[in-house]
Design a binder for this molecule. Sequence first.
Ligand code: NDP
Ligand code: MG
Length: 388
Amino acid sequence: MRNVVLLGSTGSIGTSTLKVARDLPGEIRLAALAAGRRVDRLAEQALAVRPEAVCIYDPSQADALRRRLPKEIEVLSGMEGLIRLAEWPSADIVLIAIVGTAGLRPALAAIRAGKDIAVASKEILVMAGEIVTEEARRHGVNILAVDSEHSAIFQCLEGRDPASVRRLWLTASGGPFRNTPKEEFPSITVERALRHPSWSMGRKITIDSATLFNKGLEMIEARWLFNVGMDRIRVVVHPQSVIHSMVEFVDGAFLAQLSTPDMCLPIQYALTYPRRVPNSRVTTDLARIGSLTFEEPDTERFPALELARWAGTAGGGLPAVLNAANEAAVDAFCRGALSFPGITEIVRAVMEAYRPAPHADLDQILAADAWAREEAARRIRAAAETAR
Ligand code: NDP
Ligand code: MG
């Protein structure tokens, strides 16, 4: 039985995790749940799951939550509450599925408390992958990938000598604009960008899948999770999203992991690792799928991949800058304050303006993150004024 603390329970990954826990009552017990501000959904989940504790990040909602739950369920709030859940005594593993970077401090707290972490929030590995993986090594805890591509690579690598790996191949669906000509990009609306062809996910990651920043972030995520140089990480477009990623070995062999696109499978594997536990939720009919195809990514229409390669290769604070500028730009796009191609333009401009600090410790990385958000906001405002 694994006791799981789930941070980000009300989101897309969180909801899938609740399904997996319901499927496997003898394997997974949800010890605590946390959300940002959707208190109604969190209360409903807590009444169904009966965890030991819950945390709502927005402190002004804590009393409302407390009134709706029985006394046995402890109600916490704020970053302090998230960190207490991350260190929760009965927890074996902490699943971080908070959108953005708010999961970074809880992730480090969990590691220092000797808990394994399952990471959906790729942003924290992009931002501070070196620090998070180094802390995990020092404390002897596992980092389990929840992101489907990284779960696939983890499954293919299982127990193999790292020296036997030539390259890691991340597959990308290509997003909703895979075949859209570049001239149409300025007129892309939020609604169109939110219509993903193969995955149903939260808002931020769906926009990232349309710009291919999601794949860019995943390249840097892979760099840290598997400790390989950026030059050995490749992307291939695979519109069916059935092959979740591949490992190419030095003798020329490829191993791949295949299944219907459904996050319940990588979530389950992260929470039951190293065992494979029977569950019929995800089934795959290859004959019905018919064909699997592959294409070279178009880096001219989707510069996000090259920007991520640059950030991942340079390291230091630059990946945090890319991630933070992208978050600010996606937010502005969703508010109607920035065009779709504007997202990539803002990220590039902020990266170009960044003056790296000599030594990227956690404080420097957090400073780079804060600087990039401000710089992006300033440039977004300036772009809006010019357009007016
Ligand atoms: P959603 O937007 O659907 O959900 C985000 C979750 O984070 C919600 O539960 C939200 O709570 C919570 N949250 C936001 N801010 C805070 C905070 N400060 N403290 C505590 N909780 C907070 O996102 P997804 O589930 O799609 O994605 C979550 C993470 O997983 C992202 O990093 C994404 O990149 C990654 N991921 C997602 C995949 C997917 O298929 N969805 C696939 C691979 C990775 P509330 O509801 O209260 O706002
Ligand atoms: Mg992914």
